[in-house]
Every structure is written in structure tokens, then in C-alpha cells.
Design a protein around this ligand. Structure first.
Ligand SMILES: [Zn+2]
Length: 128
């Protein structure tokens, strides 16, 4: 009986561990197209969730989409018509490359001097 409880306890702890890893959800982009521009309505929300500087995301999106980007209050304005699915894909790429720890996949990371530092496992990764 004791062994069984121990097993149960271990199993429970494993579940807890994986919960931490999957708790993080990539934000869903809300965008609309006006004339020849695409407006990301919830840009500020995304930036806050990902804990990255606005300029960091803007630079990434601008490079990925090949278009100039500006900020308008809490919204991001892309000087190009971009489908929402494409934006979502790019955001996923950003999260994979710039937010999640390469070692433990934890989103609790920060960037200092072009290096991503994981606050969970301590791993460091130089960004290219
Ligand atoms: Zn880590």
C-alpha cells in the first residue's frame, strides 16, 4: 500500500511538472486590415504576456514580414496587408526563438545583452 501511495505521489508530481510547461499559451493575435495596412489590435497585450520590449517584437515582425511597422498607442501598424494566420505563425516563431527556454521550454526567460537567460533552469542562449 505504501508503495502504491508513493507511486501515486510520483505520478502526481510528474503531472504537476508538465502542467508548468504547458501552462504558457501563445497569445492569439487580433488584427484587421484597413486599406493597405494591417493593424494588430492587441499588440500591447501580447507584449505584456511575452514580457518582451515592444521594439524587440516590432523589429522581429518587420524583418519577417518585410514591411515597415509603427506603433499607434497600444496597436501595431504594419505597412502591408498580412493575413491573421501569417501573423499568428510569425508570433509562434518569435515565442519559439525568443521566449521559450531552449533547454527546459519554460517561458520565464529574460534577454540581456542579446542573450536569453532562463530564470527557471539558468540556461543561457546567445541570440542570433
Ligand atoms: Zn530553462
Amino acid at each position: 500500500m505504501e508503495d502504491y501511495l508513493k507511486l501515486l505521489d510520483e505520478a502526481y508530481r510528474e503531472i504537476k511538472k508538465s502542467e508548468v510547461k504547458t501552462r504558457f499559451k501563445i497569445p492569439i493575435i487580433k488584427s484587421r486590415v484597413i486599406k493597405n495596412k494591417t493593424i494588430v489590435e492587441n499588440f500591447f497585450e501580447i507584449v505584456t504576456t511575452l514580457r518582451r520590449e515592444e521594439g524587440f517584437l516590432i523589429k522581429f515582425f518587420s524583418k519577417e514580414l518585410g514591411a515597415p511597422i509603427s506603433l499607434n498607442g497600444t496597436k501595431m501598424i504594419i505597412n502591408k496587408i498580412v493575413k491573421e494566420e501569417v501573423l499568428q505563425e510569425k508570433l509562434k516563431k518569435f515565442v519559439e526563438e525568443m521566449v521559450l527556454c531552449k533547454v527546459c521550454r519554460n517561458p520565464d526567460t529574460k534577454i540581456e545583452n542579446n542573450t536569453m537567460i532562463c530564470e527557471a533552469c539558468g540556461a543561457t542562449n546567445v541570440l542570433v
